[in-house]
Design a protein. Sequence first.
Length: 119
Amino acid sequence: MQATSWNQPLLLSLLAAAVLEEIVFRTGIQETLLRVSADLPLLLRRKGFCSAPNLATALVFALAHGLARSWWLGLAVIPPALSLGWLYERRRSLWRCIALHAAMNCAWFLAASRYSTLS
């Protein structure tokens, strides 16, 4: 796909959103919750795939998207947010989360662009 004048700024904003959102949600909210929850018994910290800090961060992420865009989008971002949170907890790598988030944003953009050209 060749970038046109209207989608270059949009793609750049999708990449910038990934950087800013991951800084706020991973190194801000989730990291703080992980540190606070370190004193909790293991049973309260982790439930299978999802830790309490990851779930709380994903719900705040969904709320932010719901308030900023639409509630269906807020609900739609919960699974990707949980995946990003899981990756952050396993690797403690902000850059991996940013890269995955940017890839998700770009995939969404390309799918939305493709869908809009088909209608």
